[in-house]
Design a protein around this ligand. Structure first.
Ligand SMILES: Nc1nc2c(ncn2[C@@H]2O[C@H](COP(=O)(O)OP(=O)(O)O)[C@@H](O)[C@H]2O)c(=O)[nH]1
Ligand SMILES: [Mg+2]
Length: 425
C-alpha cells in the first residue's frame, strides 16, 4: 500500500488537497495536527491516506472503503487535538463537498439525534424489559398470596384470566370449579403462555353457558312469551322491542298480540297501550286470573302473543302468586314460555334471590337487561350456569326496538372478559 500525506490549515483543507491529487479513491488512515495555531503561526494539519489495490478490496469487503474519501472516518485517531465527532466530520464534509449553505443548527441537531437514537432506544428497551420482569415478579407474589385455595396450585399464567373473571362478579365457587376443570383438561404446553390460557378459558366459558337460540313459530303454531321479574327492570320496554322485532324487523312479518297483566298501575298499562297503538297491535288487559285464558283466546289469530306482567319486588309474593294463578287458569292449548327478566347491574346473590322467588312460575329462559349500565357480567354467567336456565335475550339500552340482542355465548363472554362494546352487537 502506498501511504500518502496531505497537509492543510484545517483537516478539511488537507482532505481537499488529497482529493485534488487522488480523487475519491483511497483510505483515510489518520488525521493529525502537526502544528498548533499560535501567535503568528497558522495551524497545520496532515492527513494520511493509503492507496493500494489489495487494501481497496479488503476494505470494500468490510464496507469501510465503500464511501468516498471525504465521508470516511480515519482508522487511527491518535491526535487528541482533533475532535472527531459526527457533527464535526459532517461540517468538514459539507465544506469539502462545496455545500453552499453551511450546515444549519437544525441539521446538526438532527445528526446528533440520529446518532443518539439507537443508544437511547436500547436504554428504553432495557428499562421496559426490567420493568416487565418486576411487574411479573410482583404479580406472582400477589398471585401466590391470593391464588384460590383449590387442591392444585394454579400457575401465574392464569393470574390475568383469574383477575378478569373474579372482577366480573362471577361466583367464586364457579370460578374455582372452572379453574379446576381448566387445569385438568388443558394440555400442558398451553399453560405456559397467558394468551393461550386466556383463549382456552374463553372457549370453556362459552361452552358452559346455556343459550336458547331464537326459533320462529312453525306453520300453524304460535309462541306465547311472558316476561316476569321485579319492577323497573325493563319488562315493558323489552316487550315493545320484541313486538317490533317480530312484527316489523324480521324478514317474515309475524302477527303479534299483546297482553298486559299490569292492571294495578294505570301508568304501566298506558305505557304498553301506547306501543300497541304505534305498532297497530291487538292488546288485551287482564285483571283477574280467569280473564287470562280469555285474553289468549282473543289473540289466537297471532303468531306471537307477548305478555307483560305487573311489576313486583322479588319479595312481593302476593303479586307473583297472582301471575301464578293466571298461568294455572290457562286452559288454552297454548304453552306459555316464562322469561325471568333481571337487570345485569345487580349482584349475583340478589339475582339468585330473585330467581328463587319467581321460580315457582316455572322459568323457561332468562333475559338480562341494562347491560349498558354495568361493568361486570360474571353474575349473568353464574346465574345461568347455576340454574342451568338458558339465556334468551339481552337488553342493552333504552331504545325501542334496536337495543335488544339475541343471546349468544360469544357475546356474553366477550362482555365478561372485555366489557360491553356497542360496536360488537
Ligand atoms: N339503560 C337501560 N335502561 C333500560 C333498559 N331496559 C329498560 N330500561 C329503562 O328502565 C326503565 C324501566 O323500564 P320498564 O320497561 O318500564 O320496566 P318494567 O317495570 O320492568 O316494565 C325505563 O326508564 C326504561 O327505559 C336497558 O337495557 N338499559
Ligand atoms: Mg312494566
Amino acid at each position: 500500500m502506498k501511504v500518502l500525506t496531505f497537509t492543510g490549515k484545517s483537516p478539511s483543507e488537507a482532505l481537499k488537497n488529497a482529493r485534488i491529487e487522488i480523487g475519491d479513491e483511497g483510505m483515510l488512515i489518520e488525521t493529525r495536527e502537526i502544528q498548533k495555531k499560535a501567535l503568528g503561526k497558522e495551524p497545520l494539519y496532515e492527513i494520511v491516506v493509503g492507496v493500494d489495490e489489495e487494501d481497496v478490496k479488503k476494505h470494500n469487503a468490510n464496507n469501510l472503503y465503500k464511501k468516498p474519501l471525504q465521508n470516511q472516518k480515519p482508522i487511527k485517531q491518535e491526535s487528541k487535538d482533533v475532535l472527531y465527532n459526527i457533527s464535526n466530520a459532517a461540517a468538514q464534509i459539507s465544506e469539502i463537498a462545496d455545500v453552499t449553505s453551511p450546515m444549519s443548527e437544525y441539521s446538526k441537531v438532527k445528526t446528533q439525534v440520529r446518532q443518539s437514537e439507537p443508544k437511547e432506544l436500547k436504554e428504553i428497551k432495557s428499562q421496559i424489559s426490567k420493568l416487565g420482569d418486576k411487574v411479573n415478579l410482583i404479580q406472582n407474589m400477589f398471585w401466590d398470596e391470593k391464588s384460590p385455595e383449590i387442591e392444585t396450585q394454579i400457575p401465574p399464567e392464569f393470574a390475568e384470566i383469574y383477575r378478569l373473571a373474579s372482577q366480573s362478579g362471577m361466583d367464586s365457587e364457579h370460578l374455582n370449579d372452572i379453574m379446576r376443570m381448566t387445569l385438568t383438561h388443558m394440555p400442558l404446553q398451553m399453560r405456559e403462555n397467558s394468551t393461550t390460557v386466556k383463549r382456552y378459558f374463553q372457549t370453556l366459558l362459552r361452552k358452559m353457558i346455556p343459550i336458547r337460540l331464537e326459533s320462529m313459530p312453525g306453520i300453524g303454531a304460535k309462541k306465547v312469551i311472558m316476561l316476569v321479574g321485579p319492577t323497573g327492570v325493563g319488562k315493558t320496554t323489552s316487550i315493545a322491542k320484541l313486538a317490533a322485532r317480530y312484527s316489523y324487523l324480521m324478514e317474515k312479518k309475524y302477527k303479534v298480540g299483546l297482553v298486559v297483566l299490569d292492571t294495578y298501575r294505570i301508568g304501566a298499562v298506558e305505557q304498553l297501550m301506547q306501543y300497541a297503538r304505534m305498532m297497530k297491535l291487538g292488546i288485551e288487559t287482564v285483571v283477574d286470573p280467569p280473564e287470562f285464558a280469555t285474553a289468549l283466546d282473543a289473540l289466537k289469530y297471532c303468531d306471537y302473543i307477548l305478555i307483560d306482567t305487573m311489576g313486583s319486588s322479588p319479595y312481593d309474593k302476593g303479586k307473583i302468586e297472582k301471575i301464578h294463578e293466571c298461568l294455572n287458569a290457562n286452559d288454552t292449548e297454548f304453552n306459555v314460555d316464562v322469561v325471568l327478566t333481571m337487570p345485569s347491574s345487580i349482584k349475583y346473590d340478589d339475582m339468585k334471590i330473585t330467581y328463587e322467588n319467581f321460580s315457582n312460575l316455572g322459568i323457561d329462559t332468562l333475559m338480562f337487561t341494562k347491560l349498558d349500565e354495568t361493568k361486570g357480567y360474571g353474575n349473568i354467567f353464574s346465574l345461568a350456569y347455576d340454574t342451568k336456565k338458558p339465556i334468551s335475550y339481552f337488553s342493552v339500552g333504552q331504545e325501542v326496538p334496536e337495543d335488544l340482542v339475541c343471546a349468544t355465548s360469544e357475546f356474553l363472554i366477550e362482555c365478561l372478559l372485555h366489557g360491553f362494546n356497542r360496536s360488537k352487537i
